[in-house]
Design a protein around this ligand. Structure first.
Ligand code: PMP
Length: 357
């Protein structure tokens, strides 16, 4: 064809969670609770201040935002991190991309099924991707994972905890074993903690001081209920953050985004207030699914992967959509993933599913 597209990109397809209108949108692991009117106003006020200076570039280094993010992580993990341990970007997807741009010379290893953007961004950045193996029940087999790291010597090893789309979390002692294995082959361990706030496990940010080979990815899109603003960040040793500054585009994080995110962090008791409700609702949805005779995979996140229905996954997915419920076919035959929504959405999902199975 006429288009000189890079040869290695031709087999790839765009990321494509369908954005369809539905009564219950339970497909992209968003938080169902929108900001309160008071918080909406606080954000609008902060944006108004910034609007007066939109002729100027934003702070290229987002220093105020990074300081606030360090404060948040310090408060939850009892650490003394500073802005030098934080890098922020347009969603954690941009963080993942920057990690590949900075460190992706060689191969990257992940354990499937996991977050589908890890291999996609790897390939887009020209890093070869190795699909590592998990246990049959989707839990991470740490012994096997260590063997795979030692054997293939990846420059980057990805784990997602809690894992998307399966929901299980990895204990900190196990992450430490993986970190040691990565260190022994001269690679980095990237721990994607997009759903950490929904889990009881200790965060891998506590490992960084003793093991600078560990990079933790976080996002404001899930527990923080701030997906529309696009703010993700990493927590790392200062050397990793310095490498991010080489590959970042100048002024990548707009003044509007920085201002809105700073207000959101200041209002975190409100924004994170939905987490406990979502966890309780997750347990109710799991019970309802089990009462229907379905099998659920144990989840420490704001979604549940389930199986045991008689239809093919795409058929059941489409039938639910007909009833106004949009969930996710993650490409695992016989499974579907549902995000935990608000009470009305969860009720609609459970009643629609009951009629279909
Ligand atoms: N990591 C994981 C594991 C995710 O599930 C997601 C979103 N689905 C992301 C990263 C990206 O999130 P965002 O770019 O909104 O921060």
């Amino acid at each position: 064809t006429w288009l000189p597209l890079r040869k290695d990109l031709t087999p790839l397809t765009p990321y494509g969670a369908p954005q369809l209108p539905a009564q219950a949108s339970l497909n992209t692991n968003e938080n169902p609770y929108s900001p309160s009117p008071a918080l909406q106003k606080a954000i609008a006020d902060a944006v108004l201040v910034v609007a007066a200076n939109l002729n100027r570039y934003p702070d290229r280094d987002a220093q105020v935002l990074r300081t606030k993010l360090a404060g948040y992580i310090n408060s939850t993990s009892k650490l003394n991190l500073t802005l030098d341990n934080i890098w922020a970007a347009n969603g954690s997807n941009e963080i993942i991309q920057s990690i590949f741009l900075a460190f992706g010379q060689g191969s990257a290893l992940g354990f499937t099924p996991s977050y589908s953007m890890h291999p996609l961004i790897a390939k887009v950045c020209g890093t070869s991707w190795i699909d590592g193996k998990r246990n049959e029940d989707f839990s991470l087999n740490v012994q096997l994972a260590v063997e795979q790291i030692v054997e293939s010597k990846p420059v980057l090893t990805f784990i997602t905890t809690p894992n998307n789309p399966t929901g299980g979390a990895v204990a900190i002692a196990e992450i430490e074993k993986l970190a040691d294995a990565c260190k022994s082959v001269g690679g980095l361990l990237v721990v994607d903690e997009a759903y950490a706030e929904f889990s009881q496990e200790k965060s891998a940010v506590t490992l960084i001081a003793n093991n600078p080979h560990v990079i933790v990815i976080r996002t404001m899109s899930k527990a923080f209920a701030f997906a529309g603003a696009r703010v993700g960040y990493l927590v790392s040793d200062v050397a990793v953050k310095d490498a991010m500054m080489i590959v970042r585009l100048p002024y990548h994080l707009s003044a509007l985004t920085q201002a809105a995110a700073q207000v959101a962090i200041d209002h975190r008791p409100e924004l994170l207030g939905g987490v406990a409700t979502i966890i309780a609702a997750r347990e109710s949805v799991v019970k309802a699914l089990r009462d229907m005779g379905l099998t659920t995979i144990a989840s420490s996140a704001n979604f549940v992967l389930f199986t045991g229905f008689k239809q093919e996954s795409p058929q059941l997915w489409a039938a639910l959509l007909e009833k106004g419920v949009l969930i996710r076919d993650v490409g695992l035959s016989g499974y579907l993933r549902v995000t935990i929504g608000n009470e009305a959405e969860n009720t609609l999902f459970v009643s629609a599913l009951k009629e279909l199975i």
